[in-house]
Each structure stands twice: as C-alpha cells, then as structure tokens.
Design a binder for this molecule. Structure first.
Ligand code: NAG
Ligand code: NAG
Ligand code: NAG
Ligand code: NAG
Ligand code: NAG
Ligand code: NAG
Length: 517
C-alpha cells in the first residue's frame, strides 16, 4: 500500500542509553507493526557500552574532572530487584534480591539487545554537544551536534523529535557551605570530596571522616567507611528518610545536620564542633542539568526556586519547568512532542517509571491525537504544582522531580495511584483500542501490577534483612545468597522469594544482629 506523504518516517534522536534510553527503545520497538516503519531512531551514548551508570569506571579521574558514573565496586540495588524491572522482564534466574552491579548491567544490556528495531542506529562513544531547534513553534528540526570520542570528529545530524535520557547523576551538587576554603587551607591533610568519586574505603584509612547526607549514597558510604577509618561521623538532616529508618552502622556515630566549616573544625547545627575531622565526603546528590540542551539554547539555567515563566524551559539544577508529568516539554518555541525527558522523575521503581514515560512518548509521538492541547497540559501541570505546594509545603522548584511517597511528602500524587499509572492509563482512556497491546495494560488492569506495589512496600524489610545477613554470613552465590534464590526464574518465583525472605526476616530479626544497618 502506498504511504501518504505525511507519513514519512519520523527521525527520532535518543540521547543516553542507560535505563531511560533503553526503556525508550523498548517502548518504540513494541509499537504496532504498521507504525514501526514510520520511525527511525538514532541513539547516542558517550560510554563504550550501553547501561548508563551501571557501566563501571573503577579508576576515577582526579577532581575536578568528573567520573562517568558514581558506581563503585560493591554496590547493590537499593531495594529488591523484582520491583525495579520493566513489566514481564525479570532479572536473570537466581539473581540475589539485592542485585550486584554486574547483574543489573546485564539486565539492561539484555533488554537493550531485545529492543532494537532493524532501523535503529546505536552510536556508542558519541557525545552530544548541543541540540538546537531550527524552526518555529509549528514546524522545524533539531540539529544535534555530537563528537565521536574515538576520533574527536564532530558532526551534525537532523531530527524531528528529541528524547533526552542522559541520566541525572553526572554533575555533583555540593552545597555552598560557609567556611570551606578556610577549613581546607588550615591543614593540607584535610580532604573534601563528593561521593561521586568514592570507589572503596581505602581512601578513609587512618582518617576521621564526616559523611554529609542521609540519602542512598550517604548510607552506602557510611556503611563502608567504618571498616578502615579511625572514626566516622554521619551527619543527616532531621527530614532525612534514612534517619527515620536506619541506625548508623557499627562504628559510625550519627550526628546532627551539618552547619558550616571554620578553620578550626567542622560545625554541626546543634552548636557543637568536630575538630578531629580531616576528611569530609559530601553525599549531597546531583544537579538536574543538561548541558547539551543549554548549549543549544533550549534550556536556560536559572538560580531560583521561585516559579519560572511557562513559555520556555528552565532548570534551577533541581527542577525543569514546564514539563507535563516530568516528561513532556511544554516549551512554546517548538511543536508539542518535539522534546521528551525520560528518567528525571525521582521515584523508587526506576524501570517501571522510565518505561511508562517511554510508552507515553512512543504513543503520543506516533499518534498526536493522544495529546491534549498545550494549554490543557499546562493547566494540568499548574494543578499538579499546586498539589506539590499543598502536600510538601515547598515550591515545586525546591521539591524538584521527587514524586514517590517514600520521600516523605506525597509530592502531588495520591498514595493509591502511582505516578506511572496515571501516565499510561491516560493513553488507554484516550484511545481504548490500545488496551492490551504495545505495553498498554488490558482494560480493568493497572500498569503497576498489584504484586509490584506490595514488593516495593516490603523493600525496606528486604534491605534490612539482606544486609544483616551479608554482614553476618558473607556474600556470594555459593553461600546463603545462592541457596536462597536457587531455581528462581520467573516474576512469580521472584515475588515468592521476596515473600519468603520477608517471612524469614520477621522471624529472625530479633536474633540477627543487624549491626551494620
Ligand atoms: C548484547 O549484544 C552484544 C552485541 O551483540 C553482546 O556482545 C552482548 O553479550 C549482549 N548482552 C547481553 C546481556 O545479552
Ligand atoms: C581526543 O581529544 C582528547 C581530549 O582533548 C585527547 O585526550 C585524545 O587523545 C583525542 N583523541 C584522538 C583520537 O585524537
Ligand atoms: C580503591 O579505589 C582507588 C581509587 O579511589 C583505587 O585506586 C584502588 O585500586 C581501589 N582499591 C581496591 C582494593 O579496589
Ligand atoms: C595517621 O595520621 C596521623 C595524623 O593524623 C599521622 O601522624 C600518622 O602517622 C598516621 N598513621 C599512619 C599509620 O598512617
Ligand atoms: C550535638 O551533637 C553532638 C553529636 O551528636 C553531641 O555529641 C553533642 O552533645 C550535641 N550538643 C548539644 C549542645 O546538644
Ligand atoms: C488499580 O489501581 C486502583 C487505584 O490504585 C485500585 O483501587 C484498584 O484496586 C487496582 N486494580 C487492580 C485490578 O489491581
């Protein structure tokens, strides 16, 4: 059959092949057979393999040169992996519930390998330098300039749509603490680094360490630092989730929030000082910035948490505005659906959230009638931002893209309707014929399966128990870890394994000294 002229293939650029970019390839490769020939994808990534931050880089450059990833050798998933997958694709058989990094990397690489359309081009070791929109609000093209890192040759390629999925753990955030320079200059032995450079505890040898930050990186660093340091303090704010759930590991002393540096000591918010500390590690997170978009003039960097204009994209290094549901740019300077972001929303189930955003992009981009008007989407965004203010008591620009109720505030989403379900279900509501195909659940079923919700609810117990056993019994597939997941293959098996583990932990938690967590 002759294709009508307007059905000429859409040229789509995907920037980044970590979880977000791979979920994107998966969503597009699952589109109906008659739609697939109408898209041509080119995917860029600057690493030597796909997998984003799970691709290791164990030799870190000296600061201020940035590592490509914060990943360190002993890292495990922060919760049980069955809750972190995309639907119907479990991890490899017999993977320990808190998966080591190589298992996670293989998971995403396998998903990538299974998600390639014959027309998809993958350009590894290609770094996108800038994305410019050339055209108007109704038509035009993206001009992407990129460098081939193996030859240093730059080139420009033209696209209709841009899907930005480079990840948000690339540019460390170091709060502008007062007195930093004075503290450092007083004693040449003193060290101040961001956790992005952390690889193992050898750097803490014979040191008195202060870990600042109660998030996942702070927990990890504090957990390992006790082994070789002389003494470790762990400073967390009162609002930190880990303060609520995790005691400091053995040998680590929990202290109040950090206040400031002075030449004599680091000072805490309760007024006391720690003069002995000679090594400070900042586990203070990352900046939400996309230099290639800023270089192309499509994302302004601003320095304020206050509301920003609605006609063009800005980021204050925490929050990109205006984005419909943390994914679709509502910038007026190009057509709706010209620019999507995948993977900037911060919630626990990464895989399922990225895949939901990717499904939203894949379906709305190939079927524009699934999108409301820009004004309608903007007013939905306003309503969402008002709810963030009401739920969390802070400006959306300060709350950033935190959406999971686990972060303490409900951040605009109801506890009974996960973020990712709203995105995917909205497609099915607008076009009921999508139900049951191309990644969209059948009618009457939710995108987030019932078991996944309960698995993620159990993730804290699994974390406590698993780490307690790791500490007491050691790790490795020839020990209890392997025994525990022996024969486990399917999603249902894994779900059963989570339940068995939680039961085990409930029975034994009083007798197991969970010393390290
Ligand atoms: C993915 O494909 C590449 C290239 O064919 C291959 O080298 C690699 O082993 C595959 N990875 C997985 C996890 O299947
Ligand atoms: C490319 O540029 C980098 C940084 O300037 C340099 O280290 C590298 O040797 C160059 N590679 C080639 C193939 O020219
Ligand atoms: C620990 O990390 C440093 C880099 O920070 C590296 O040079 C060293 O080889 C690592 N040691 C081990 C035992 O992995
Ligand atoms: C430990 O650090 C102190 C200074 O704080 C230094 O005097 C001592 O020599 C160091 N010991 C070792 C074994 O490195
Ligand atoms: C402040 O916190 C430190 C560390 O936990 C503690 O040792 C000290 O007693 C506290 N000081 C005050 C005034 O509460
Ligand atoms: C789907 O989600 C809604 C809202 O969270 C819930 O009330 C309903 O029971 C779920 N349905 C199924 C079939 O799990």
């Amino acid at each position: 059959m002759q294709q009508p002229l307007e059905a000429k293939p859409k040229r789509i650029a995907v920037v980044g092949l970590g979880a977000g970019g791979i979920a994107t390839l998966r969503a597009f490769s699952g589109l109906p057979e008659d739609v697939r020939p109408r898209i041509i994808i080119t995917a860029f990534d600057d690493r030597e393999s796909v997998g984003g931050l799970w691709v290791p880089q164990d030799d870190v450059p000296e600061p201020p040169a940035l590592p490509k990833t914060p990943l360190y050798p002993g890292v495990r998933t922060a919760g049980p992996h069955p809750g972190m997958t995309v639907p119907n694709v479990p991890f490899e058989p017999e993977t320990p519930l808190l998966a080591p990094r190589d298992a996670v990397l293989r998971y995403w690489q396998r998903l990538h390998n299974d998600s390639l359309l014959s027309s998809t081009r993958v350009l590894l070791q290609h770094s996108v330098l800038s994305a410019n929109w050339k055209g108007s609000s109704s038509m035009g093209e993206w001009h992407l300039t990129y460098i081939d890192l193996t030859t240093n040759v730059t080139a420009t390629k033209v696209f209709d749509h841009l899907i930005a999925a480079p990840g948000v753990n690339h540019i460390p955030y170091s709060p502008p603490f007062a007195g930093q320079e004075e503290w450092l200059h007083q004693d040449s032995r003193r060290v101040l680094i961001h956790s992005m450079w952390y690889r193992n505890d050898s750097i803490f040898h014979n040191r008195t360490v202060l870990v600042i930050g109660g998030g996942a990186s702070g927990l990890d660093v504090a957990r390992h630092s006790g082994r070789s340091a002389k003494k470790v303090y762990w400073s967390r704010r009162e609002t930190s989730l880990s303060l609520r759930f995790f005691n400091a590991p053995t040998g680590v002393e929990s202290v109040p929030a950090f206040s400031h540096f002075a030449s004599d000591a680091v000072h805490l918010s309760n007024g006391s000082a720690l003069p002995q500390v000679d090594f400070v590690i900042l586990a203070t997170g990352y900046q939400v910035r996309f230099p290639f978009l800023t270089a192309g003039g499509v994302l302004d960097e601003v320095d304020s948490d206050s509301p920003q204009p609605d006609d063009h994209l800005t980021t204050n290094a925490r929050y990109v505005h205006p984005l419909y549901e943390h994914t679709l740019s509502l910038d007026q300077r190009y057509p709706l659906s010209a620019l999507f972001f995948i993977g900037i929303a911060r919630n626990d189930p990464t895989g399922i959230a990225c895949y939901a955003q990717a499904l939203f992009a894949a379906h709305t981009l190939t079927q524009p009638s699934l999108l409301q008007t820009r004004l309608q989407l903007l007013s939905a965004l306003k309503a969402r931002e008002d709810r963030v203010r009401a739920d969390s008591g802070v400006e959306p620009g300060r709350n950033g893209h935190k959406i999971d109720s686990g972060y303490g505030a409900r951040a605009g989403y109801d506890a009974d309707g996960p973020y990712q379900d709203l995105l995917v279900h909205s497609l099915r509501e607008l076009d009921p014929s999508l139900a049951g195909q191309s990644g969209i659940p059948r009618s009457g079923f939710n995108y987030t399966e019932r078991w996944r919700r309960s698995a993620s609810m159990n993730s804290l117990q699994v974390m406590y128990g698993w780490h307690a056993r790791l500490v007491n019994e050691g790790e490795g597939l020839d020990g209890w870890e392997g025994d525990f997941v022996r024969g486990v293959r399917s999603e249902a098996d894994y779900l059963d394994a989570v339940s068995r583990f939680v039961e085990w932990w409930e029975e034994h938690k009083d007798s197991v000294t969970a010393s390290s967590i």
